[in-house]
Design a protein around this ligand. Structure first.
Ligand code: ADP
Ligand code: MG
Length: 365
């Protein structure tokens, strides 16, 4: 079981009036990127906090680069039967949807379409290399969790019941009862389905008077490999999480409070699970939220990557700090005066690509 927590700082947007950049990826003397994010203290501008990650991607990082570094290396494992889970976490407006879904232009495509593209390419190659001895099929499920209720995004919003879909445990796994699954032959198939279901999400959201930033959207790609010997099944899940900002600060409506409580709870449980996995604990508290339950987070021999999206601007200051504090393993490792030079220590890598003990790595003053 391995987990990586990485940070991605988005660039400034054209329309943005606040141009005060306060979040930085620390760099070494030779200009190499580090694993550290720096942000000033909101109380004392002369003080700065530093947070450690497995990797930090700065404003210049392209979609391709992020995919190549953080997702592509896990495709082999997926086809060997491991489950791969990718989360985008962060405040609304920091680039979660951009990271996961991305733009329409080829270069702007996010993790999800790139993942599917790689899955199809690999499937074809396996079928070819085995002379058809291994058949690979791909099927999609797409759903959202809003106020701790599960809604199928492959179905039209009219079919939604207020209570959402029930969960059931069978063979040690949690299933969403009645969740649809669609076979997907190629990238074109996928894109059509994905665009349609994202429209379902928007329509349903307006009806429920909820904004997409307050639900978790989970895309599940099931890869089934069939040979004469048997069937190997594994899943890649890509999750665009609800915004981690404190909704209570901006709106006191009752509905918001309910949403806010549901979001906070599930994001808290998620971070607890990531913590437990990275510590190598036997007991992962995955049962304590629907999202982590459905994903059986940490229960199988899988790979988890959490991408913390950050906006570099002062207007996000408090929310950014709290997202840095919550994203587990991204521990605050030092409080220092701004004038100090950062002494960067290379973090050792293990064979699995999992970086050990980042949070515990002491920084020399
Ligand atoms: P979130 O889903 O976290 O609320 P979005 O993905 O919608 O945030 O991003 C907010 C805005 O910032 C969008 O206009 C998006 O296109 C833009 N954006 C986010 N990340 C990047 C990036 N790395 N490069 C260029 N634009 C970005
Ligand atoms: Mg979004």
């Amino acid at each position: 079981m391995s987990v990586r927590v990485v940070a991605r700082i988005r660039p400034l947007l054209e329309k943005e009036l606040d141009k005060d950049i306060i979040v930085h990826a620390a760099s070494t003397e030779d200009g190499k990127p580090t694993t550290l994010v720096r942000i000033p203290s909101p109380k004392n501008g002369a003080e700065e906090f530093t947070f450690a990650f497995n990797s930090v991607y700065d404003q210049q990082t392209s979609q391709e680069e992020l995919f190549t570094q953080e997702v592509a290396p896990h495709l082999k494992a997926l086809f060997q039967g491991l489950d791969v889970t990718l989360f985008a976490y962060g405040v609304t407006g920091t680039g979660k949807t951009h990271t996961m879904r991305g733009g329409m232009k080829l270069a702007e495509r996010g993790v999800i379409p790139r993942l599917l593209s790689s899955v199809f390419r690999r499937s074809k190659k396996i079928a070819k290399d085995t002379n058809g001895g291994t058949q690979v099929s791909v099927a999609l499920s797409y759903y959202e969790i809003y106020n701790d209720k599960v809604f199928d995004l492959l179905e039209s919003p009219e079919k939604r019941t207020p209570a959402g879909l029930p969960l059931r445990e069978a063979n040690g796994k949690t299933h969403v009862v009645g969740l649809s699954e669609r076979p997907c032959e190629d990238l074109k198939d996928f894109e059509k389905l994905y665009i349609e279901s994202n429209l379902n999400r928007v329509t349903a959201s307006t009806k429920l008077n909820a904004h997409s930033s307050r639900s978790h959207a989970i895309l599940r790609v099931k890869v089934t490999q069939t040979t004469e010997e048997g069937v190997l099944e594994s899943t890649a899940s890509a999750i665009d999480l609800a915004g981690s900002e404190d909704n209570r600060r901006t709106d006191n409506g009752k509905e918001r409070l309910v949403e806010s409580a549901a979001i906070n709870k599930s994001l808290f449980v998620l971070s607890q699970c990531i913590d437990a996995i990275s510590r190598g604990d036997k007991r992962i508290p995955f049962r304590e939220s629907k999202m982590t339950r459905i994903l059986s987070l940490g229960q199988n021999n899988g790979i988890t990557v959490m991408i913390l999206n950050l906006a570099p601007l002062r207007s996000y200051h408090l929310d950014t700090l709290s997202s840095l504090n919550v994203s587990s393993r991204a521990k605050r490792i030092e409080v220092r005066e701004i004038e100090n030079e950062i002494v960067y220590k290379q973090v050792p890598r293990t064979n699995s690509g999992n970086i050990q003990g980042v949070a515990r790595q002491p920084l020399r003053p």
